[in-house]
Design a protein around this ligand. Structure first.
Ligand code: UD1
Ligand code: MG
Length: 465
């Protein structure tokens, strides 16, 4: 068959059970810094020009299929009989054509596009039938070992099948290869299951090709982090730390101060303006845009938010909301989705806000719940104010207009509107609309009984003296 250097294809191995993860979830959907493992490799290969991207799936294929983008052709491996068997599922695609197949593992997320381009270039330049991406590592346990003679690869031996001498080899198989497809599929026909796992190993193809006199090469890289396979929860924790360091370094180099990178978690899709300071124990997840000169943390959890400039947030949780400029939030504020907090507002301790608009310079200092509400500018919400927005069936809106003052411990039974500049006396239960600039009170009238306390405390007081 004619060689065709432009017929370059990718196969991503993702059908395995991921037994060592000891999890009910597919291995390659475990998140690393909030992003499923599989997405890393899919984003990396966008940097290569290829004809087809095949993803071999099997175990929990329905869940995996939902997460794949259109760029990928799924190939089903019904029984997971080994990596060789997995690649063999592609045979029909290459029946009448020879091409180059780059084999990647979905559990090796940090391979760089630069390395893949280097591997492909060497594979073509050396006219090899197979090129294995390898690395020398300090602790090779768990990886396939590269057995070489005079610089050529003779075979790859899996850890379980290796003899003591082979176990001492420090050059390992990354699980990433380039193959010429005509040679690959012929060799796969000769792969047996005579190994400890009784599986069809893709790695055995190397010895078969070599024995036929075909050229098998290695492309050695030095950065072992790029090829580390994620097989266990220990590996997953390593991956999380590795990626987190990369994200935080990038942010710090762009002018963000991170007081303690070891206790700061920020997603890749978070943009932060210069001179914002992040204090320890802060978690920023999802997609966020954060402005300049903010002070965030300690101990905040923010997800999918837009935060303006010069705002201060500490010991608080904010989800899917917009926080504008020069706002003070915390300690212990809980801002729930669809909330907008306008410039210079203040939300203090034990304040919960849901699906509400908070106007400029409005103060909600302590112990309040505001849900489904529209609060104007420069409103003062006294401690213990509650919008009673739910009657057990439906949610209702509360509107508080500019400059209103809500006395402490008031309940606003929605739907209800408090007009501009109105004053609500402390301890009121407001069930009807309050016109602008009125004073509204709904508390019981106070009665004072002269010497009423003496009766009760007379004896006690005597005891105390
Ligand atoms: C494999 C290599 C090993 C290499 C290591 C690098 C083999 C036999 N061994 O070992 O030499 O050092 O990767 O990380 O190839 N898969 C399928 N179908 C199957 C079995 C596995 O699609 O039937 C997929 C898995 O989902 C995974 C990949 O192939 O993405 C590798 O399988 P895994 O079990 O992780 O192999 P390792 O033991 O890591
Ligand atoms: Mg693996």
């Amino acid at each position: 068959m004619k060689k065709n250097k432009n017929n370059i294809n990718i196969a991503i191995l993702a059908a395995g059970k991921g037994t060592r993860m000891k999890s009910e979830h597919p291995k390659v959907l475990h998140p690393i810094c909030g992003k499923p493992m599989i997405r890393y490799i899919l984003e990396t290969i966008k940097g290569l020009t290829v004809k087809n991207i095949f993803m071999i799936i099997g175990h929990q294929k329905e869940i995996l299929l939902k997460t794949l983008s259109e760029q990928v052709t799924p190939v089903i491996q019904d029984k997971q009989l080994g990596t060789g068997h997995a690649i063999n599922q592609l045979e029909t695609y290459f029946k009448d054509q020879n091409g180059t197949l780059i084999v990647l593992c979905a559990d090796t997320p940090f391979i760089s596009v630069k390395t893949l381009k280097g591997l492909l270039k060497q594979h073509h330049n050396s006219r090899s039938s197979a090129t294995v991406l390898t690395c020398r590592i300090k602790n090779p346990a768990g990886y396939g070992r590269i057995v070489k003679k005079n610089g050529e690869i003779l075979k790859i031996v899996e850890e379980l099948d290796a003899d003591p001498d082979e176990k001492n080899i420090d050059e390992i198989n990354s699980g990433i290869y380039c193959f010429e497809t005509d040679a690959l599929f012929k060799a796969l026909k000769n792969v047996q299951t005579n190994n400890k796992k009784k599986e069809y190993y893709l790695t055995d193809v190397i010895a078969i090709l070599h024995s036929k006199g075909l050229k098998t090469s290695s492309f050695l890289i030095t950065n072992e982090d790029e090829i580390r396979g994620i097989n266990t929860k220990v590996d997953l924790a390593w991956a999380e730390k590795y990626k987190r360091k990369e994200i935080l370094n990038k942010l710090m180099l762009s002018g963000i101060t991170i007081i303690d990178p070891d206790t700061t978690f920020i997603s890749e899709n978070t943009r932060i303006g210069a001179d914002t300071v992040i204090y320890p124990f802060s978690i920023i997840e999802g997609e966020n845009i954060i402005g300049k000169n903010c002070s965030l943390g300690p101990q905040i959890k923010i997800k999918n938010c837009k935060i303006g400039n010069e705002s201060e947030i500490f010991f608080s949780v904010i989800n899917e909301s917009v926080i504008k400029d020069k706002i003070r939030i915390g300690p212990f504020t809980n801002i729930r989705p669809q909330t907008v907090v306008n410039n210079e507002a203040h939300l203090g301790s034990f304040v919960e806000v849901k699906k509400s608009f908070i106007g400029k310079k409005t103060k909600i200092g302590h112990l309040s719940y505001l849900g489904d509400s529209i609060i104007g500018n420069e409103v003062n919400i006294g401690a213990g104010t509650i919008t009673c927005n739910y009657d057990g069936i439906k949610k209702y809106q509360t509107i508080i207009e500019n400059d209103a003052f809500i006395g402490s411990d008031s309940q606003l039974v929605a739907p209800v509107k408090v007009g501009k500049g109105a004053l609500i006396g402390a301890g009121s239960t407001i069930t009807k609309n309050v016109p602008a600039f009125s004073l509204s009170l709904s508390r019981m009238k106070q009665i004072n009984i002269e010497n009423g306390a003496n009766k009760k405390f007379k004896n006690k007081k005597q005891e105390n003296t």
